[in-house]
Design a protein around this ligand. Structure first.
Ligand code: 5GP
Ligand code: MN
Length: 321
């Protein structure tokens, strides 16, 4: 691939998180260095606490400019999807990708990727993050092309997908990678601050409100959950990314093993699930909400009312936990 210049689309999942952005930007920057014409297409808005990331200004948001994305899609030689195992997760965007001629490559760490969707599938669910896979791949291809900016992206993916090295990190490899990234010149402290010490006042108050006013505790099941209406989100001047992190907070309670955030979005209900190591929320997301994810961090989009989603969640807890 390095001899000729190809038109490549790099994309990732909607509601992009640190791993989605880190893995897609890192591979894009690397491929540009090899002489390819790369377009980064992100399905929807990027949270403000990731806007410092290298090359982020070059990302095209599908929701903001459908027409531009259609023309990029139809012209592409390759499509590389990172941190998602099925394009169908991106709803509206998936329709416009369905019939394009591009060769499809998936690089991801979610379980059970649909094999027939991809021409090449690089999938490993035993790693901390997709960014970890990307780092190994780029190192294999040419470690000298990994610059400080690529290193910052990889670090962001590993750091956020392990929830600040809290889970999925009881093995040495992610730490070995971080050591190499530091040698590339990244400032770990600065990145940590940019991602996690960058709440707006409104976002921080929404976190407090969610815990103090909205937390419900199903004590005999070791479950805590928070339900937020669209009106409540608007009261705190909701912006993309404002609810990120809320769902993990109840796991700090000693007897809570599973936590959920059920929040009302414009056209659907967003379900976020988190659990302590031994508990599998992926099953819950899949079985009851047609979603997916990882054993300890899963999610789904539910098309119904907020109260219906809560009812199903409570039934699921009663049945499964
Ligand atoms: P979050 O709660 O942060 O939105 O998502 C947590 C994890 O759940 C993500 O890393 C992703 O793997 C998975 N996830 C979230 N929403 C969906 C969804 O609608 N479908 C599937 N298959 N997985 C999801
Ligand atoms: Mn990930």
């Amino acid at each position: 691939m390095s001899q000729q210049s190809y038109k490549i689309i790099v994309t990732t999942h909607k509601n992009p998180d640190g791993d989605a952005l880190g893995s897609s930007i890192a591979i894009s920057r690397f491929l540009r260095k090899l002489g390819h014409k790369v377009s980064i297409v992100i399905p929807d808005a990027i949270p403000s606490f990731y806007l410092w990331m290298p090359d982020i200004d070059q990302a095209i948001i599908f929701d903001d400019d459908n027409a531009l994305c259609f023309s990029i899609f139809s012209d592409a030689d390759y499509l590389i999807a990172t941190d998602l195992n099925s394009l169908s997760r991106n709803m509206s965007m998936s329709v416009s990708i369905n019939n394009i001629k591009a060769f499809r490559i998936c690089i991801d760490h979610h379980l059970d990727p649909p094999q027939n969707e991809w021409d090449i599938l690089i999938s490993d669910n035993n790693v901390s993050s997709t960014s970890e896979i990307i780092y190994d791949l780029l190192t294999y291809m040419d470690p000298n092309l990994i610059d400080k900016q690529i290193a910052e992206c990889i670090y962001t993916g590993i750091y956020t997908d392990t929830n600040k090295f809290f889970h999925c990190c009881n093995c040495s490899h992610p730490y070995e990678i971080i050591a190499e990234l530091i040698k590339k010149g990244i400032n770990v402290n600065e990145i940590n601050n940019l991602i996690y010490n960058s709440y707006t006042y409104d976002r921080f108050r929404l976190l407090g409100y969610s815990i103090y006013e909205k937390l419900k505790f199903i004590e005999n099941k070791g479950v805590a959950y928070i339900k937020l209406t669209q009106k409540e989100l608007q009261e705190f001047n909701y912006h993309p990314g404002y609810t990120e992190g809320i769902v993990s907070m109840p796991l700090s309670i000693e007897n809570v093993n599973v936590s959920a955030l059920i929040s009302e979005r414009k056209d659907h209900i967003k379900i976020s699930l988190r659990s302590k190591a031994a508990y599998d929320v992926r099953y819950l997301a899949q079985r009851y909400f047609n979603g997916g994810g990882h054993k300890n961090a899963s999610g789904a989009d539910f098309y119904g009312s907020l109260d219906e989603a809560e009812k199903i969640f409570i039934e699921a807890v009663e049945e499964y936990l």
